[in-house]
Design a protein around this ligand. Structure first.
Ligand code: 0A1
Ligand code: ZN
Length: 866
């Protein structure tokens, strides 16, 4: 007998990794027939099912909100008593080992506000199936270890839906007698149902082609609304570069004759790697200088690459179950990060990636939602598309690549792809392939997959003049995380160098493996105490504390030959001053000003690097350095330091700002670097309080021929109070009110503004006629951005908390996935004073008390209150 577990909304079921069992039934083939219509779509599915092993369990086909209109077994219609529905799933007892199951269901895609399954967006019909959306389309074993060959027929009104796309290759098309048209696509590669996709709509195509390493021609298409075609060039370049890069760096060739990408306006995440038919949030496809910033351009390039790379790391080798999500996501993020680094600057890309990791993943690891890269349990899998799975997962692959070196890492990845091609694999399979292919023991390293939390490393350097040696003492610890009170020591690879003060050089970098709770390393040949450069390149995702003086940090900020370590020294210098100031100490700011000046005038440095290095740590990062976050004190201290930097170096900022003005727009690295530095100079100049600050910012806003400079000027103005601020916001709104992606920036800039009235403004913007809960990008632009604005969100009145909680409650009724992603900022109450903590908890409790709350929000809020 099948075990029929039911669940209820009040106590949603916990899914555990330990409970994994292979599927009872496999589905080698599926034939789908869609009669498409926004109000009434009928879906007929024919599944060939095969019993997997000797057992007598029912066939269970997952379903979510589906009503079977017909059920047939081997062509025979079943009576209603011959099947049952259990928690949405269709249960059919079967006697033989192989059968053909046919079902018919009906959906209304235009009413699907969750944007999971088949839904309507801007006149299109499209699908999103990862993780568990396919069960909202048809009855099927919706788990990634059931791989099937798909044949898909779509039929629709040719006037409204002239283009019909699905996975794989188009094989036939035609018109029906009733004036509708149809197309059939087949995908030769067996795939899990989360990779299924179709799109129907009135789309224009940017068509191109790519010749693969074995000489096959692949037809490439980027499908968008006609008016957006001119904005698809950058995505197409990125796609072709990604295809060539994966051949060159990993030996991976594309495997179908066509590769299509479709951009949609309403999308819960960034994009989706459906086999041969990637579907994208339009913000990661569309870019032109008028509306996209350099960051947007890089986002397009990175996400196009990410989804393309999934064709091997995710599709050809997929995941056995959702606990293995980082198998495809961590590896694919690592791949897209390295691709972007190769396309631009390695140094700057690493700094940007570490900034994201610290802002998102370190915070996650330090809070109630901390979980291992390979989690042990979940309630709603959509909540686990996290910075830990993605970004920390990528750091794990990066550490393995570092320990192995490029050749052995490639041998490991070759073995992984060869051994597991066509399979649903596990993180353990990946680690084993690295061990065997690369010839390394990763025994202790596996703990990185098991233990949540960020390791802390304390590094102490002792010099012995008599023996001319130095001893580096390293101690590691890891704070407890939910469900994991005690931690085992980790294997931490630390790239380390010791600098002679005279000559400003080191004798060579070493890779130190810290594997014990405490370990010491001795180095000879030092007549004088050297300066420690550690965790160079951010070789391990850990928090390092050292006893380096401000003088040592200033030395490294001027001389370290590892660009990340140089940046890091500069940041630490600033953090020390700011944290000291916040604690009321009279710390010396002059060293920071001097280091900034030296960096800015160094002719050997890349302007993009300079811009990164001289940027003050964010208010949130400063909060992370404190036992309890004091948002007001942090804001005041950071603001004051920014002002002083602005004032003391004012001529320099004016000079840079004037000198970096370009005559014409270019996307070259040099031009992007110049814009980045120019915008940083503007921030400093305006922060100085000079009387013409707002006017300079306004003229940059007004004269810019690109969004990078225009938006930066707007953001700088938005932080202050001036007539120029209001004027620029009005101009921006009127210019872009009909361009949703660009109007998002108008909402986002105001929600991010370090301005005392931000919280009230956000409340107002929530009632703005252009604000809507039905578009996730718009929601994120306002409430997502606001949740990341520490000073404004943590307004001591608690207004910020209430606004976000209200949004979560309202949005949960439409789109639980996106609602749940707004919860984490409220869950960080432990890090704040008692008054704020009580207000935050109060809002979490208010959300939890809502009747009919989704599993998604229930899980996040419930865990946040524990
Ligand atoms: N696999 C995608 C992420 C993704 C996950 C869930 C989605 O459904 C709402 C959409 C996309 C990626 O890593 O890009
Ligand atoms: Zn991905």
């Amino acid at each position: 007998m099948a075990d029929m577990q039911s669940t209820n909304a009040a106590s949603p079921a916990i899914i555990r990794r330990q409970d994994y069992r292979p599927p009872d039934w496999l589905v080698p083939e599926i034939d789908l027939d869609f009669a498409l219509d926004p109000a009434r779509t009928q879906i007929r599915a024919v599944l060939s099912v095969a019993r997997n092993g000797a057992h007598d369990r029912y066939l269970k086909l997952d379903g979510d909100g589906l009503v079977p209109l017909e059920v047939k077994v081997d062509g025979r219609p079943l009576e209603s008593g011959e099947w049952t529905l259990d928690g949405g799933a269709l249960i059919i007892p079967l006697t033989g080992d192989a059968h053909q199951i046919e079902t018919l269901v009906e959906l209304a895609p235009e009413n699907n506000s969750k944007l999971m399954g088949l839904y309507a967006s801007g006149g299109l019909l499209c699908t999103q199936c990862e993780a568990e959306g396919f069960r909202r389309i048809t009855f099927f074993p919706d788990r990634p270890d059931v791989l099937s060959r798909y044949s898909v027929r779509m039929e629709a009104d040719p006037a409204r839906f002239p283009v019909l796309l699905a996975n794989g290759d188009p094989i036939e098309q035609g018109s029906s007698a009733d004036g509708r048209h149809w197309a059939r696509w087949t995908d030769p590669f067996p795939k899990p149902c989360y990779l299924f996709a179709l799109v129907a709509g009135d789309l224009a195509c940017n068509a191109d082609s790519f010749v693969t390493m074995s000489g096959r021609e692949v037809k490439l298409g980027i499908w968008v609304k006609e008016a957006d075609l001119p904005r698809t060039g950058h995505a197409m370049e990125a796609l072709k570069n990604s295809m060539a890069w994966d051949e060159r760096v990993y030996g991976r060739e594309y495997d179908l004759d066509v590769f299509n990408i479709v951009a949609v306006a309403d999308f819960n995440f960034g994009a989706m790697e459906n086999k041969g038919l990637n579907i994208f949030n339009s913000r990661y496809i569309l870019a032109d200088p008028e509306t996209a910033t350099d960051i947007d351009y890089d986002g397009v390039e990175g996400v196009v690459a990410h989804e393309y790379f999934h064709n091997w790391s995710g599709n050809r080798v997929t995941c056995r179950d959702w606990f293995q999500l980082s198998l495809k996501e961590g590896f694919t993020v690592f791949r897209d990060q390295n691709f972007s680094a190769d396309m631009g600057s390695h140094a700057v890309k690493r700094i940007e990636d570490v900034r994201v990791l610290r802002a998102a993943q370190f915070q996650e690891d330090a809070g109630p939602l901390a979980h291992p890269v390979r989690p042990e349990s979940y309630i709603e899998i959509s909540n686990f598309y996290t910075a830990t799975i993605y970004n920390k997962g990528a750091e794990l692959i990066r550490m393995m690549a570092l320990m192995l070196g490029p050749e052995r890492f490639r041998a490991g990845s070759d073995l992984y792809f060869k051994r597991h091609d066509g399979q649903a694999a596990t993180c353990e399979d990946f680690v084993r392939a690295m061990e065997e292919g690369g010839g390394i023991d990763l025994g202790q390293f596996r703990r990185w997959y098991e233990q949540a939390g960020t390791p802390h490393v304390r590094a102490t350097l002792r010099h012995d003049e008599a023996t001319q040696t130095v001893e580096l003492l390293l101690e590691q610890s890891m704070p407890p995380t939910p469900g994991q009170p005690d931690k085992q020591p980790m294997a931490i690879p630390l790239r380390t160098a010791l600098f002679d003060r005279i000559g400003s050089a080191h004798k060579g970098e070493e890779l130190l493996m810290l594997t014990q709770p405490q370990q010491s390393f001795t180095f000879g040949g030092f007549a004088e105490a050297p300066v420690l450069s550690i965790n160079r390149g951010f070789s391990a995702p850990v928090i390092v504390a050292t006893d380096r003086s401000q003088g040592d940090l200033a030395f490294l900020s001027a001389h370290d030959d590892d660009p990340f370590a140089r940046y890091e020294a500069m940041q630490q210098l600033m953090v020390n001053v700011l944290v000291g100031r916040i604690a009321g100490q009279n710390v010396d700011e002059a060293a920071v000003v001097a280091a900034i000046r030296d960096t800015v005038v160094d002719p050997h440095l890349d302007p993009a690097f300079i811009a990164e290095a001289i940027r003050l740590p964010s208010e949130a990062y400063l909060g992370d350095q404190m036992a309890k976050v004091d948002p007001d004190a942090i804001h005041i201290a950071r603001d004051a330091l920014q002002r002083r930097i602005g004032q003391e170096l004012e001529p320099l900022w004016r000079d840079i700002h004037a000198r970096t003005k370009a005559n014409s727009f270019s996307l070259s690295s040099a031009a992007k670097g110049a814009r980045k530095l120019r915008n940083t100079a503007l921030i400093c100049l305006v922060a100085s309080g000079v009387p013409d600050g707002a006017a300079v910012a306004f003229s940059q806003f007004d004269e810019a021929d690109n969004m990078t400079e225009r938006q930066a000027a707007l953001a700088t103005l938005a932080n202050g109070a001036s007539d120029e601020r209001e004027a620029a916001l009005d101009i921006f709104y009127n210019r872009y009110r009909n361009d949703a992606l660009t109007l998002d920036k108008w909402f986002q800039t105001q929600a991010f503004a370090l301005h005392p009235d931000t919280v009230d403004l956000v409340e107002e913007l929530g009632r703005h006629p252009d604000f809507t809960l039905s578009n996730p990008n718009r929601v994120r632009s306002l409430y997502g951005a606001f949740g990341g604005n520490q000073w404004a969100f943590h307004h001591r009145s608690g207004k910020g908390y209430r606004l976000v909680a209200n949004c979560i409650i309202a949005l949960d009724k439409l789109n639980p996935q996106t609602a749940a992603r707004l919860v984490p900022p409220l869950g960080r109450w432990c890090r704040f004073d008692d008054e704020r903590a009580a207000l935050m908890r109060g809002e979490l409790q208010r959300i939890l008390a809502e009747p009919g709350l989704s599993k998604d929000v229930t899980e996040q809020v419930g865990k946040s209150l524990e």
